[in-house]
Design a protein around this ligand. Structure first.
Ligand SMILES: Nc1ncnc2c1ncn2[C@@H]1O[C@H](COP(=O)(O)OP(=O)(O)O)[C@@H](O)[C@H]1O
Ligand SMILES: [Mg+2]
Length: 293
């Protein structure tokens, strides 16, 4: 893949002046504006302090017995901006589309706009083209596998943080997490897979799609990630009977995702790598008709 950034130009002097005026008004954490005749996205990492739970997680992380549960190392607002730009640059250097960084100052980063973000594309397709909808899910999983094969870890992959460039290549945005700095890379990549699949199981319209997505990730990703994923699944499998028991009483969105995603991945890891999607998919899932969790 050629190394290419979406848009390599920075802001003009007039654009920079306009940006500084906007920043003086202390915009929200994430906003967009028209500057130099185009839409730019402004991310201010100093607009909100991390929630208490996040800070607590970072504080107790070194003590956690399971390394994949560790938080990304805690950094201040400027450190978060630096992390976002550094990780975006690594993805770009490996040939993945990322929004161009047009300006950076302290805790503020300004990005070019990317248009074809996966989540709204999926929302549009869901009602009238479920086949294409599910094909996109498989493409997202394959893209994550390619990123892993390139030695990268996203940290919190989600369809709202993936986009398709005009040439069809899938790219990423939102690089605020850095689990690979808190655990071995393969473990952080396994965590990526787990997080993405917690979403995909709720979105897929057809029963075989999630297995096809997993096969697509696996075909691209380094083999060393699979045993790490197995370790994550063994730990969470302990929770499955309890979650299954609670399901009829109502688990809430997150509990349902955890149950379905973990059950799926556990089954998929038990199936041989070349099993057909239907075999690897395990039991059919009765709950999806045009909605996602
Ligand atoms: N450069 C961009 N171009 C287009 N949309 C963007 C851009 N940056 C952010 N967004 C939109 O805003 C959402 C949230 O931005 P993100 O960087 O992921 O922040 P958060 O940490 O709040 O998730 C993204 O999922 C995307 O829909
Ligand atoms: Mg995001």
């Amino acid at each position: 893949m050629a190394s290419r950034i979406e848009d390599s130009g920075g802001l003009s002097p007039e654009g920079t002046e306009r940006l500084l005026k906007l920043l003086a008004g202390r915009p929200r954490r994430l906003s967009f504006a028209e500057i130099d005749g185009r839409t730019v996205w402004i991310k201010r990492f100093d607009a909100e302090t991390a929630p208490v739970a996040t800070r607590l997680h970072a504080a107790v992380s070194p003590l956690l017995p399971f390394r994949f549960l560790r938080a990304s190392p805690h950094v201040d607002a400027e450190g978060s901006a630096e992390r976002e730009t550094r990780k975006a640059a690594r993805f770009a250097a490996a040939g993945f589309p990322v929004p161009a960084i047009l300006w950076r100052g302290g805790a503020v980063v300004v990005f070019s706009e990317v248009v074809e973000i996966a989540e709204p594309m999926l929302d549009r397709l869901r009602g009238h083209d479920p086949v294409r909808h599910d094909e996109l899910l498989v493409e997202l999983a394959a893209a994550l596998g390619r990123a892993h094969a390139a030695g990268l870890c996203h940290g919190r992959p989600h369809p709202r943080d993936m986009f398709r460039r005009a040439d069809g290549a899938w790219g990423f945005l939102d690089f605020e997490e850095e689990p690979e700095a808190a655990m071995p890379l393969a473990c952080a990549q396994a965590r990526d897979v787990w997080l993405l699949f917690l979403h995909l199981v709720g979105w897929a319209q057809a029963d075989h799609t999630v297995a096809a997505a997993f096969a697509a990730w696996r075909a691209e990703a380094p083999a060393g990630v699979v045993p790490e994923l197995g370790r994550i699944m063994s730990l969470f499998s302990v929770l499955l009977p309890g979650l299954k028991f609670l399901r009829p009483l109502g688990l809430g969105k997150d509990g349902r995702r955890l149950l379905e995603g973990t059950s799926f991945l556990r089954g998929a890891l038990r199936a041989p790598p070349d099993a057909s999607p239907a075999v690897a998919a395990g039991k059919p899932k009765p709950h999806r008709i045009g909605t996602r969790t």
